[in-house]
Design a protein around this ligand. Structure first.
Ligand SMILES: [Zn+2]
Length: 291
């Protein structure tokens, strides 16, 4: 894959243990467990595997018949491998929203308001323990009590403050948002996969539906800066795992050399060098033929 994001400022944080927790209104959230340890890692290193994992979780989210517990387990295991998607910095027009008076939101599936106060916006992500956050005009600060969080902040010096806040143990993301996000990824992939696979049998109305579904996919663009290395080099800053997944999935969907396919036997997404491969493994091929 010709990766235009090879110089991505790519990092993310995952904890080794997460738990489901309901707020006072009964909304279910996923949040790091009390005794969980954080780990900094580079999601670009195994990004194809991550995209496949996200698609396979997304397929179970899309399927109305999937058992709710199965969906929760799928999401939990994804988050334990890669961390929370980071809605807090994926949704606003800028990951530096902390330095502004208001948070501005482009159209999205999660928050209807176009503009929120910073406090109001933060409350979506800190439903259990309010974060000790002080904002005076454009200056803001928050107190960090956790030692490993303090070390992390020193390591990630140039990262926007909101991204660091989303790595706090008190940070949480809603189950219904997670289901929606994973489902969207799988839906987008399927729109493009089925459009070409079934092109000859689809009527014009069906084709149009796929095109519209595809056009609705997207998010805020990553930010970037230029560094004077051996040659001037563009450095991309994603600022959320969700944006990284969206961009990499978009690259993979549009990459004609390495196709993501769906196994005819087990229904899982896999990557193949052959554009017409139908099975993820020899076992699946044999099993399908012996049906
Ligand atoms: Zn298979």
């Amino acid at each position: 894959m010709n990766n235009i994001f090879k110089n991505a400022g790519s990092y993310w944080v995952k904890y080794d243990n997460y738990e489901w927790k309901s707020d006072n209104d009964g909304v279910l959230f996923l949040t790091p467990a009390k005794d969980a340890e954080l780990k900094l890692y580079n999601p670009m290193e195994n990004c194809k595997e991550m995209i496949l994992d996200a698609l396979n979780v997304g397929m179970s989210c899309m399927n109305k018949d999937t058992d709710k517990e199965e969906i929760k387990n799928g999401i939990l295991s994804f988050v334990e491998s890669y961390g929370l998607p980071g809605f807090m910095t994926a949704l606003p027009t800028t990951p530096d929203f902390i330095t502004y008076e208001y948070v501005y939101l482009p159209k999205n599936h999660y928050i209807k308001e176009e503009r929120l106060s910073t406090q109001e916006f933060l409350s979506y992500f800190f439903p259990f323990e309010e974060i000790d956050f002080v904002k005076e005009k454009l200056e803001s600060s928050w107190s960090v009590t956790d030692a490993s969080m303090g070390a992390l902040i020193l390591t990630l010096k140039n990262v926007p403050q909101a991204v660091l806040m989303s790595f706090q143990k008190e940070y949480a993301e809603r189950l219904d948002w997670l289901i929606n996000a994973f489902g969207d990824l799988a839906f987008t992939f399927f729109s493009s996969f089925l459009y070409y696979q079934d092109f000859d049998v689809l009527d014009e109305e069906q084709k149009n539906l796929y095109r519209k579904g595809m056009a609705a996919f997207g998010g805020v663009a990553p930010t970037y800066h230029i560094e004077l290395r051996d040659t001037p080099t563009i450095i991309w800053e994603f600022n959320s795992l969700l944006l990284q997944i969206q961009m990499m999935l978009s690259l993979m969907i549009t990459d004609t050399d390495s196709a993501i396919r769906v196994c005819r036997n087990c229904g899982k997404a896999f990557i193949s060098r052959h554009a017409n491969a139908n099975y993820c493994s020899r076992e699946c091929r044999d099993e399908f033929k012996n049906r």
